[in-house]
Design a binder for this molecule. Sequence first.
Ligand code: PLP
Length: 475
Amino acid sequence: MEESDQHSGLEMTPQQMRELASKATDILVERICALGSAKAWDGEFREILAREFDGPPPESGRVAEEVLEQVARDVLPYGAQLDHPRFFGFIPSSPTWPGILADFLASGYNINTCSWLVSSGTSHLELVVLDWFRNWIGYPETAGGLMTSGGSAASVEAIVAARDSAGFPQQPVVYMSDQSHSALIRAASIAGVRREHIRIVRSDGEFRIDMNALRQLVSEDRAKGLQPLAICATAGTTSTGSVDPLEEMADYCEEEGIWLHIDSAYGGFALLTEDGKKELNGINRADSIGVDAHKWFFQPYEAGALIVKDGSKLENAFSIRHDALQDTIWGANHPNFSDRGLQLSRSPRALKIWMSVQIFGLARFREAIQRGLDLANRAASYIETQPVLELITPVSLGIVCFRVNLGGQDEQSLEELNRKVLAHVFWDELTFISSTNLKGKFSLRMCILNHTTTWDDVQRTLDLVVRIGSTTEDR
Ligand SMILES: *Cc1c(COP(=O)(O)O)cnc(C)c1O
């Protein structure tokens, strides 16, 4: 690039900008359109990547197109293709094109949704989107929240709000089931709860928190002079999709004056369907709820949200006066989102949600979520027709836990067999499933929520498991 007196050397001409962006667009459109016939996973060893990439940064720039091509060829493909129609591992994510473009626009406008003064437009859209979420949950108008990087940040902010609301107890204790996400343990320890005061409560046969065990732990802790701060429920556990007994937990938290946080990072958007609404009944009784739009609401990473039933509790915990920001107080009803959480500089995460819903309409989102629920149910029925497969838990919120079971084997050999099956499926690369541990039982696991997944994708995957399971040696 040429340098001149007017330009710093870090600018591009309008033509260069257009050409480069158009090339990036071509790369993306090609990738997305070919996903179904590509590998569901690819990876590369560090030493191979190091050979190409290690070393000091170049002093002079390179041809921009070449850099773009290199990244598209040698960097970005190496990973899980989380939006692949046959990626069923962990929690998949399948963003839509308007959401992707919204992130691009947000970077191009360089928006910082920290305060109303700095970003009125996107601050307002954040309020709009949070109000949609509030309605879907069934929270009152006093609720308030913010968009976060994801469920992890939402959990931290929830527990910090709970701690503030409880008046900073000296010996706080946080409770969650053995099926909870590790993000909650991390959140509690970030919020200052000692590790030995994070109680992992056993779950029952349906992977829901055991209320008797919870009650007993809380009363033991009170007797010891500790202060129960928050109980974390999960509405959609990552292993099985199970939902804790929300109503019962809410009753108990009310009686005991303990904050109820519901981690619904992955399952929350099932609220948009009739079936999901039933499964998540009682969710609106929580003090705070975390949801992740980059999971079941088809957005690019990062698109989490925290909603607190009494929004003022969030601001009380996070709002701190800062002299250098004294000009940014617009006034009542013009919130500064940086007063609600841990980030000051924040990307406008609500923009992608707002734009994609405007462009497709909510009905299509609802149908896409229902489609995932239906495919998971159909997968379960199919598994039950296969003599070599065993459904381990009832399907819940799009998660199917199953294994190859040829009969007459003990748990140990079943685990060995299924580990082998998993490895074979993995190296096959055309589909990706993962596994989990269900109270000692090794289980294969599929999470079906990609809006581009068809029954054929699900069936091919199950058929592959059947084929590998029936032919794997050491039976
Ligand atoms: C994904 C997930 C999290 C963590 O959320 P991030 O967006 O990855 O930070 C927490 N809890 C549950 C139930 C999840 O599914």
